[in-house]
Write a new protein. Structure first.
Length: 129
């Protein structure tokens, strides 16, 4: 029960949302839930909030896989590979590199953009309907 109540301040909720969005779009299927849970526990963030946001990213996670692959290829100056099952592991390395480079600034920017939103929501909740 403590995990559901911790990290409820506007800045911590904004951080949860930012991490949930970015980690929820990692180009490796099946790892975002575990990564978000570990981050929430390690940094005492709201576990429910971060998991809800990362789960909501499932459609965009699929949609962003190919752009991450292509960006990784570009970063590594690797030739574009056909997207086949056989090439998938190598392409995941390209996509993973691209995501690792984009993730930290994306979390920072999203968090900063979301803090005012959560501060406004908290003020409205305190003042009542």
């Amino acid at each position: 029960m403590v995990l559901l109540r911790q990290g409820l301040s506007p800045d911590r909720l904004a951080l949860c949302a930012a991490i949930g969005v970015v980690v929820g779009n990692i180009p490796v299927l099946g790892v975002s839930t575990l990564i978000c849970a570990a981050i929430a526990v390690a940094f005492r963030l709201n576990l429910a909030a971060i998991q809800i946001v990362q789960a909501a990213m499932a459609p965009t996670q699929i949609l962003l896989m190919i752009p991450f692959v292509r960006l990784g290829e570009w970063l590594l100056r690797a030739p574009a590979q056909p997207l086949t099952i056989e090439n998938a592991l190598g392409l995941l390395l390209h996509a993973g590199l691209a995501w690792v480079l984009i993730a930290p600034p994306a979390i920072f920017l999203l968090s900063k953009l979301l803090i005012p939103v959560f501060e406004r929501a908290a003020a409205q909740l305190k003042s009542g309907p």
